[in-house]
Every structure is written in C-alpha cells, then in structure tokens.
Design a protein. Structure first.
Ligand code: CDP
Length: 238
C-alpha cells in the first residue's frame, strides 16, 4: 500500500506505548521516527549533570537559559535504531532512567526549553515523511500534521509496561515509584501553561489497554486507508 509523504503526530499520556507504536509504523511504511520526549530528557540530563537541578528539584533556569541554544542534541541512526546524542556522546541509556524521569516534566514546562526543542524538531523533520511522538505534536509542533493519533491506556497497564521495560534493561525499579512517576508527569504535562498535553480535536483516539502490537498496526492501516481513500488491500510485513 502506498502511504503518502505525510507527517504523523502521535500524542498521549506517559508510557502509553507511543514510541513502540511510532517505531513500528515508521519501519512498516519507511518513515523517519522522531522521539520528542528524548529531546526533553536530553535537556534534563544535561541540566542534572551540570549542577542546574538542586536536590529538592529546583531548577537554575538562568544558568540553563544561558546555554540551552548551544546544546548540540541530535539523533543518529545506529544499526537501524534512533539514538540521541549530545555532541559526540550517545546518551540513549542515561536519558531513560527514573532519575531523569523524575525531573523531566518540570524542565519541559519551561517555555525557553520548549522553544529550543520545537525548533530542533521542525528542523529534523524537513522533507516530511516523519512520525513523531510526544505530548504536543499535533497541537503545537505540527498543528497541520496530516494524521494525528492520540494514545491512551489504563494507568495500571501503563505502569506495568514501563516497569517491565525497566526490568528488562537490568534496572531494579520499585513498582510504586513507577506508578507515582507516571501520575506526577501526567499531571504536570496536562496542567502546565505552555503547550499542555491535550487531545487534538482532529485526532484518532487509540485505547491500547487490550491491544496487541499487531492490532495497533492493523488499526493504523485502517485509519490511513480511510483518511486517504486508499482502497487496495493492505500488505503487512507481519
Ligand atoms: O516515554 P514516556 O511516555 O514515559 O515519556 P517521553 O515521551 O520520553 O517524555 C518524557 C517527558 O518529556 C514527558 O513526561 C513530558 O514532560 C516531556 N515531553 C513534553 O513535554 N512534550 C513532548 N512533546 C514530549 C515529551
């Protein structure tokens, strides 16, 4: 099936499986996948490593503002996987820890941080045929995206998925901490002043609480076929 050169915006709450879904769609249809959350995590890691976040969580905004525009955060494709780099250093593993997760939402609520990330994301997407996931992609970064998906799932299922993901990576998270972190981030992300997490009015909503990945792919194909009037039978690779 011929999927046109469109921008697909995927938004939703924490750990709803946005990146898994977006990566799968990117691979299936030959799209560039961009993880906007990784950029916010990258800015957060940089701030933590450079003493800009105090133990009580207070952020030295003046110090961050002075350097943020010079941060060389970018993605590289390593063996088919998109990895975030800070200059020449791969920070893909470091940005996924619970420590970074616990500071990322306050950092990403800062307007000048959002400006920096938005500008980078738009530059990375030049040329189109991009699928990007985040919290404000369909509302702020690409309000004219041709296809918008809003993902949701039951909170317990989301927490369990994130917990399993961390255990698989060799971490030893406490389940209650994961639950707490997801709830806190959902709250801050939905209530911040600049670009809060919202379901775009023109988004297709997917509740994947009881869906397999294959069902998600079939769902996506159906939406694309319906939206773009593609009549031919879809050929899935799996
Ligand atoms: O993977 P997960 O859903 O846990 O989060 P993420 O996509 O890695 O995003 C981490 C955090 O970055 C979110 O909790 C938001 O605070 C922030 N974020 C944002 O504000 N706007 C985006 N477009 C993407 C992420």
């Amino acid at each position: 099936m011929n999927v046109p050169d469109i921008i697909i915006a995927v938004d939703g709450f924490s750990a709803t499986g946005k990146s898994t879904f977006a990566k799968m769609v990117a691979k299936e249809f030959g799209f560039l996948y961009l993880d906007s959350g990784a950029m916010y995590r990258g800015v957060t890691l940089f701030s933590m490593e450079n003493g800009m976040i105090a133990e009580d969580g207070a952020i030295d905004e003046a110090a961050l503002k002075a350097v943020v525009e010079d941060l060389d955060l970018h993605f590289r494709n390593i063996d088919g996987k998109t990895c975030l780099y800070l200059g020449e250093r791969c920070i893909e593993t470091e940005i996924r820890t619970l420590a970074v997760s616990s500071h990322v939402s306050p950092v990403s609520a800062i307007p000048f941080v959002r400006n920096y990330v938005d500008r980078k994301l738009r530059a990375f997407s030049e040329g189109g045929r991009v699928i990007m996931d985040g919290r404000d992609i369909g509302t702020t970064v690409f309000p004219n995206a041709e296809l918008k998906v809003f993902m949701t799932a039951d909170p317990e299922v989301r927490a369990l998925r994130r917990y399993d993901e961390m255990v698989e990576k060799g971490e030893t998270p406490v389940f209650e901490d994961v639950v707490k972190n997801l709830a806190e981030r959902d709250y801050i992300d939905s209530h911040r002043e600049t670009s809060p997490l919202r379901q775009p009015e023109d988004a297709f909503v997917m509740d994947n609480t009881h869906m397999t990945l294959h069902e998600e792919l079939v769902w996506c194909l159906g939406v694309i076929q319906g939206k773009f009037g593609i009549l031919e039978a879809p050929a899935l690779s799996w």
